[in-house]
Design a protein around this ligand. Structure first.
Ligand code: ADP
Ligand code: ASP
Ligand code: MG
Length: 426
């Protein structure tokens, strides 16, 4: 007998038929002797629809109310899955973030999990029920509903798996696992059988939305093995686990891209001590996360500072920047929304010089201009014009020898589902 947490993403529960097939999978699993907790996302593009609904009454809705609204999507699907399980003759109980005791901080829209009181789940499992938990949501210390950020149901699943000491956390999605690039962008991308937490974390941070970044952080911290696999077939997917010496350290394991960030540049800010601390301190106080940072020193005692941050926070970032320009006497700030971040990730990069140079040469040969560059031990990222993202991913995938013979063919998603997925910012 195993204790399994299985998470199903929006596409996997998009229609009543798919809800029934998720229920069937869970029932079979239970009948094979396992104890099963399922975590579910909102059905299809419900979360996008709820955001659009809110925007019809307020283009800058209060974050607390937004969380209350968005959390309803997952409540619908958890009840649907529980009902579908009952229709197949097994007992199931659905539990919201509140009912499951998932406590977060109070940062609405991107709350971090503080603790889980898993007693209710354990009791229900003891009573031989299949437990269905609403993903993406929790409550803060005041009892207000919070959400964990787009794609956050993955994190709910891993946190619960850690909380109940599950044997594995299975993340069921609409592709066969983690690929060497988004297969919808690079059709020659290949499924990766096993990937270390370290590399997966960098892939997720670089925009590989197949797994939420914080879910990988959680998994690493608590030693939870993730099995990312398809909800449309029974093929084994990708195992995400601690690096073991027999695992290959490829120079480049994957290429990721991210179009969800905007680039801000503050021009002619006085180049004095504490300026960077003032700028980034103000952003941190507003809970705006910053990814890439670059400072150019100019000759007359002024500097330009550029950074990237999520487009989802663009209104608040503009407000913070307006105040910063005023406070520091900078000339102005400009925003570029039409950018893409493209990254290569590989544990073998640490020990191999020349990987970044090859990346820049490949992009130059493709006529793609770079505006920001950052590197870490195992990742190099560049910012390029937004419309060049897919082309850059494919060129790098080929240049680093990642192209396989199998070509990814989309068979399971409707055109509407695909469009919603590609538009989804993180
Ligand atoms: P779910 O709703 O199941 O959580 P997501 O849309 O969040 O699904 O994640 C799955 C999608 O992630 C895939 O359909 C794919 O387009 C995208 N994706 C991006 N990068 C990768 C990658 N490296 N490997 C696999 N899928 C990826
Ligand atoms: N429903 C949420 C979203 O669309 C959470 C998730 O699917 O993981 O972002
Ligand atoms: Mg997801």
């Amino acid at each position: 007998m195993s204790l399994v947490v299985a998470k199903f993403g929006g596409t996997s529960v998009a229609t009543p038929e798919r809800v029934l097939s998720v229920a069937k999978r869970l029932v079979q699993r239970k009948r094979s002797g396992d104890k099963v907790v399922a975590v579910v996302s909102a059905m299809g593009k419900t979360t996008d629809d709820l955001i659009a609904l809110a925007n019809q009454v307020n283009t800058n809705p209060p974050a607390r109310e937004m969380d209350t609204l968005l959390s309803t999507g997952e409540l619908v699907s958890m009840a649907m899955v529980a009902m579908a399980i009952h229709s197949q003759g097994e007992e199931a109980i659905s539990l919201s973030g509140r009912q499951v005791g998932l406590v977060t901080n109070d940062v609405h829209g991107k709350a971090k999990i503080r603790e889980i009181h898993a007693e209710r789940i354990k009791e229900a499992l003891e009573e031989d029920k299949i437990v269905i938990v609403a993903g993406f949501q929790g409550i803060d210390a005041n009892g207000d509903v919070t959400t964990l950020g787009r794609g956050g149901s993955d994190t709910t699943a891993v946190a619960i798996a850690a909380g109940i000491h599950a044997d594995v956390c299975e993340i069921y999605t609409d592709v066969d696992g983690v690929y060497s690039a988004d297969p919808r962008v690079a059709p020659k991308a290949q499924k990766i059988d096993v990937i270390s937490y370290e590399e997966m974390l960098e892939m997720a941070a670089a925009g590989a939305g197949v797994l939420h970044k914080r879910c990988v952080e959680f998994a690493r911290k608590y030693g939870v093995t993730i099995h990312c696999r398809s909800s449309f077939n029974d093929e084994p997917g990708t195992l995400v686990k601690e690096y073991e010496s027999h695992m290959e350290k490829a120079l480049v394991t994957g290429v990721a891209h991210d179009s969800s960030e905007a680039k801000f540049t503050i021009r002619d800010v006085p180049d004095t001590e504490g300026i960077a601390a003032t700028v980034f301190g103000a952003l941190a106080d507003a809970n705006i996360s910053v990814d890439m940072i670059i400072q150019n020193i100019s000759e007359d005692g002024h500097a330009d500072i550029s950074f990237t941050s999520p487009k989802a926070d663009i209104n608040r970032t503009r407000e913070v920047m307006e105040a910063i320009v005023e406070k520091t006497g900078a000339a102005e700030f400009v925003v570029a929304e039409d950018i893409a971040k493209v990254s290569i990730v590989g544990a073998g990069m640490k020990a191999a010089p020349g990987v970044a140079a090859k990346m820049f040469r490949t992009l130059a040969d493709a006529g793609i201009n770079l505006s920001l560059i950052t590197t870490s031990d195992i990742r190099t990222s560049v910012v390029i014009p937004g419309d060049k993202g897919p082309e850059a991913v494919r060129a790098l995938h080929t240049a680093f020898g990642l192209d396989g013979d199998d070509v990814f063919e989309e068979t399971q998603l409707s055109a509407e589902e695909l469009a919603a997925k590609m538009a989804k910012g993180r």
